[in-house]
Design a binder for this molecule. Sequence first.
Ligand code: AMP
Length: 186
Amino acid sequence: MAASIPHFSLLRNYAATTARAFVTVKVKPSYTISSTTLLHLPSRSRRLQFYASASNNEEAAARAAAANADSGAPTIFDKIIAKEIPSSIVYEDEKVLAFRDIDPQAPVHVLVIPKFRDGLTQLGKAEARHGEILGQLLYAAKIVAEKEGILDGFRVVINNGSDACQSVYHLHLHVLGGRQMKWPPG
Ligand code: AMP
């Protein structure tokens, strides 16, 4: 295999006490892989390549979103709150709306948002006066976890700013569960 992909260095480490072999493929950062080459790579390498590509897209999208973060412009979530575009609502009360993420990262992936943004484009904009709604959002996350049957294990995530890949500037909590979560997160 090494002969057919000369631009990759293959390190094979054979565990001394077991028959299992571990193969690590180092990819040169600037090297572009053709789809034909990709087909000959081990599946883990393909996953790494797709992951690198996906995360680059997310980072670019996050940087673009951050450029308009403080414009006060409505976001896609305003349309969801106004029911101008459809969403799959899991929980709703006077102050909070929870709906399924359109691009789920776990079997359960629900977004919890304040109906009135009130300057909370991101958690980093929180002021003391936001204490009540922040508590309500967190409590709503627990209600969502209960309704979804994941109370025994779920994760609540807030991406704040472009370094954290925030893409929508209306504060939202991600409630994730239904599978084993890993730590540290990516
Ligand atoms: P973040 O990247 O933390 O700002 O999260 C924004 C989330 O909003 C992403 O997980 C998107 O998949 C999700 N999202 C964007 N548009 C919609 C939509 N129309 N309905 C549901 N979720 C959405």
